[in-house]
Design a protein around this ligand. Sequence first.
Ligand code: SAH
Length: 352
Amino acid sequence: MIKIQTVSITSLSLAELEALCIVMKEPVYRARQILSWVYDKGATTFDQMSNLSKDFRRKLSEKHRVIQTNVDTITQTAHGTEKFLIHLADDNVIESVLLREGKRITACVSTQVGCAMACRFCASGLLGLERNLTTGEIVEQVLHIKNHLLPDEHLTNIVFMGIGEPLANYDNVVKSLRIMNAEWGLGIGARHITISTVGAADGIRRLAQEGIQVNLAISLHAADDMIRSQIIPSNKKIGIKNIIAAAREYFEITRRDISFEYILIDGVNAAKQDAESLVQLLKGIQCNMNVLPLNPVKEFNLKPPSRETIELFCKTLEKHGLVVTVRKKKGDNINAACGQLRLQRHKILWKN
Ligand code: SAH
């Protein structure tokens, strides 16, 4: 049974909260006080907001909640990466990741419960799409991570690379972006926020018009439509040409560099010839290439290529002037790569 969800403060913009204060016959400055409790001081209940009158706090609690999710479990690795399993009000679970790389502290967030894209290498798509996350559910993932940091640590970056396709939940994602970016919200600079997409070309074009200069990462994974459609079914409708045209537009309007994600899958997209096609495709586009070997998911019969193949692939790109970063999936050793934790949890629940 799905429980009815009351609106959480984390779903609201400053203007909406100000309007709520007016309706409740309180001065508008109360809105900023409430937001400061939530985003600066980590308050999770109205009771903690000691500079609001008891009466106002009581009235707020009758109809609203500060947050609507809670942390179920946190799994740690040796590299300072921590995986958060977040419990939602309807008993669904999603995952978020805290990544530490020196002073850079990144929150990786999910945007949907499950995913409809069904990419043939990704654990998140195995259970299909259950529903979109609300704005508050997206924002709260960052909040939980921020509240968990040590006193001398500061959250510096946010990446939308968890479960789900962000541009398929466009309105809630864009509103959450504004809250994350706002000075009254989480205060993270737009240039420190990255949206990763399977390549929803219309969504990319719309995002370019929003006036928020977030970074865009496109999960390309192949330079050829035949190969891409084999591993990413949604490509059949979109097509690589269309994605590249949308990426160019995004760059022209926002002046933000584009990143292309490319996972290397043995025997599928990792040959020297594939690297050469990629070079042709990306000619004249100012971009970074993030190459990473596939993190194998048991349910798919795919594996990453050998080290030599990976090196040859990257060298071929670099020889033609592409900026290449080879990434390692930090969550691997705790089953924390994209969607795997949620999948595991689902299996356990299912067995019981
Ligand atoms: N739907 C969005 C964001 C979520 S996935 C997107 O497609 O970009 C974040 C990244 O993890 C994507 O680049 C995705 O292709 C990649 N990914 C998914 N499964 C993976 C796996 N098994 N190994 C390596 N990367 C994977």
